[in-house]
Design a protein around this ligand. Structure first.
Ligand code: ACO
Length: 363
């Protein structure tokens, strides 16, 4: 079994802030931001919240998939900026959608890798036969944890939510590749406001700078990490699944910076046309960026049945990963062919068999 994407949705805050508006309160310029990042504007919550955007994106994904809320067995929300700690965002989404049969939980902290990790988790549940239908959402109000006085970070981020419905279907799985390097976590941090208890840890810790409660980033370190690790993990996931670059129709990368996406395309030797981008409109929406892009491509008719997509995320932790998926063919059309795809177990078996026969020959 595999978990196959059969519907997408998104929800974008109505209020937009372009680079010129941003330049009114932080020392920067439209020219600098466009040139260094590709971002032109971002959407910022007003009446929306992380929960409301997640719910709306989820609702639209269900409509798009033709799936009822009651059919959903699992709701997974990736977020680092929920407006509620308890209950989790996924349970709030469940309540808003009336998805009464769903098991719900959040996947927090992985930031810009969040959607890929949530997708992998849901897909594994479906492939394992635990659930039949899952709703995976990335929703962020990064504006709430952005230091609007820090021009090194505030120019990058935006708010929004994206969602995908996954259904269990017959097929051979593409296995994901994911990595974490906690030792490099300092490059992208945000302190919790809940690191005190007022008894043994006083609330008024003079050593804590208010700015630490917002995203702090070593931009150059994250940039270097992304342009090195993303091409590596893409190559790794292709090898693992016995695929080649030419088998991939589109690379859906986390939308952090146009220069990062271009550098990844260049290092892979792939045409930039295979790397759709929408960061110019939304900035970096962390866990929401991949599903928002997926939904835009889906609704624009760019996604075609049978296409192979490669999703790749990177972010806080540091964490990074890539997953390959095949878009389902329309009912009645020829079934997907997996002739060149082996599962890792089969691949491993072949390698072991070859090694054993080599050893036997030597003996
Ligand atoms: N406007 C104008 N000038 C600026 C700005 C700004 N907004 N920000 C920095 N500068 C200046 C700097 O002060 C510096 O000036 P100097 O040369 O006089 O010292 C100069 O511009 C160059 O600064 P750099 O930091 O070297 O700029 P860089 O080209 O690295 O771009 C950026 C900065 C855009 C942040 C880039 O490093 C980047 O995109 N990094 C990756 C960020 C990312 O992808 N994060 C994803 C993860 S986010 C998550 O997980 C939530």
């Amino acid at each position: 079994m595999i978990g196959s994407i059969c519907g997408t949705g998104s929800c974008i805050p109505r209020y937009t802030m372009d680079n010129n508006e941003l330049a009114k309160f932080v020392e920067t310029s439209d020219e600098w931001i466009r040139e260094r990042t590709g971002v032109i504007r971002r959407h910022i919550i007003k009446e929306e919240t992380t929960v409301s955007m997640a719910s709306e994106a989820g609702k639209r994904a269900l409509e798009n998939a033709g799936v009822s809320a009651e059919q959903i067995d699992l709701i997974l929300v990736a977020t680092i900026s929920s407006n509620v700690l308890l209950p989790c965002t996924a349970c709030e989404v469940q309540k808003n959608l009336g998805a009464v049969n769903a098991t719900c939980f959040d996947l927090g902290g992985a930031a810009c890798s969040g959607f890929v990790l949530a997708y992998n988790t849901a897909e594994a549940y479906l492939a394992g036969g635990v659930y039949k239908t899952a709703l995976v959402i990335g929703s962020e109000s990064l504006s709430s944890i952005t230091n609007w006085n820090d021009r090194g970070t505030c120019i990058l981020f935006g708010d929004g939510a994206g969602a995908a419905v996954l259904k269990a279907e017959e097929g051979v799985r593409y296995l994901p590749v994911t990595h974490s390097d906690g030792a490099k976590g300092e490059a992208l941090i945000c302190r919790s406001r809940y690191d005190t208890n007022g008894i043994t840890k006083k609330t008024s810790d003079a050593s804590v700078n208010e700015e630490e409660y917002f995203i702090q980033m070593d931009g150059q370190a994250v940039f270097k990490f992304a342009v090195k690790k993303v091409p590596e993990v893409i190559k790794e996931v292709l090898v693992l699944n016995c695929l080649e670059k030419k088998d991939i129709d589109l690379y859906i990368l986390h939308q952090a910076n146009r220069r990062i996406v271009e550098a990844v395309a260049k290092r892979l030797g792939e045409p930039i046309e295979k790397f759709p981008m929408n960061l110019q409109e939304y900035g970096n929406t962390s866990s929401a960026s991949i599903p928002i892009l997926l939904d835009e491509l889906n609704r624009a008719g760019t996604l075609k049945p049978g296409q192979k997509l490669l999703l790749a995320g990177f972010g806080a932790g540091l964490t990074w990963g890539a997953s390959i998926l095949s878009l389902p063919r329309k009912p009645g059309t020829k079934k997907l062919r997996f002739g060149r795809c082996f599962t890792v177990t089969e691949q491993a078996k072949r390698v072991i068999k070859r090694k054993i026969s080599k050893r036997k020959r030597r003996l």
